[in-house]
Ligand binder design. Sequence first.
Ligand code: NAP
Length: 325
Amino acid sequence: MRTIAPPYWPRDAGAPRRTSAARRAVDPWRLYLDAVRSGARLPNACRPLDAVYGPLARADTSRPFVVAQLGQSLDGRIATVTGSSHYISGPAALTHLHRLRALVDAVLVGIGTAVADDPQLTVRHCAGDSPVRVVLDPNGRLPPTLRCLSDDGPPVLVIRRAGPGVTAGDRIVAVAADTDGRLDPHAVVAALAARGLRRILVEGGAQTVSGFVAAGAVDRLYVTVAPLIIGSGTEGLRLPEIAALTEALRPPTRVHVLADGDVLFDCDLAAARPAAPGGDDDDSRRLLAHRAPAALADGDRGARRDPALHRDEQRAERAGPEHAV
Ligand SMILES: NC(=O)c1ccc[n+]([C@@H]2O[C@H](COP(=O)([O-])OP(=O)(O)OC[C@H]3O[C@@H](n4cnc5c(N)ncnc54)[C@H](OP(=O)(O)O)[C@@H]3O)[C@@H](O)[C@H]2O)c1
């Protein structure tokens, strides 16, 4: 007697055929996208993914939700002195970046990155739709040959400094500058939100991400750290100087070890923002909790591991690598 195990049921035996849903089940990320889009209950295989992507995937889109990312070396560099950043991070971090793209309405880079990397800004390393591509180019120096401007890809927006010679249109978004000629990141976010783009990924580079973080315009910061030391080159985050460590940002942070050994820090910057005057008590408590080093539960002055997440990771390890974040 011959035994045929699923999924190789003989079609004429009246056994269930593999549906496209069953085929999709082999990819937890696709399963996850389907579940968050439909609001269906999350399958267990998706829980480790939800620990990382849940805050973005289920963000309240009645207001903008901004995430930023950097892939850096152990010594905090995101590129060499020549501007080369391919690839500081390993393949798992690249997949992570594409998952972020798949979850947002718009992916934004500064003109420095557009020129240095010529990124396509599309989703290619995971399932999902590509977001609108946005280049922050206040002075209009974007070369027309860049790949992110291709007409056969997702729509492109170019953010320019409002002024003479800049005509807003389908592709051009004009944003007023401050007296230094800088564009207020909040104004950039508002201009994108006005076009229905509320989940926004600020993908780089250093100046752009730093400007958004310094302005308090980032809700979630994802930093992947790869085990290499460059020793020179572009630093990732550069913020206004502080004198005392009590002034440092200490966002509640979750730590994930990616499949190939890079480490992902998921920093909840929204929780680290000063509460608005008259804001609710929860916001004030969260702020105090992360501001005071003594309040850290286990004496670890850096990122804390979330026990629930740790359990999820253990479950994922037991379930095999395809379930790993
Ligand atoms: N490892 C990673 O995760 C990663 C990610 C992305 C990029 N990178 C690397 O980062 C490097 C590029 O970084 P970068 O810091 O030089 O350039 P960038 O942040 O991509 O672009 C900086 C430029 O964007 C404009 N800009 C940004 N914010 C602005 C604001 N608030 N107001 C007005 N203008 C603003 C300015 O243009 P103007 O100069 O015209 O005023 C500024 O010079 C490249 O080497 C790239 O490979 C690494």
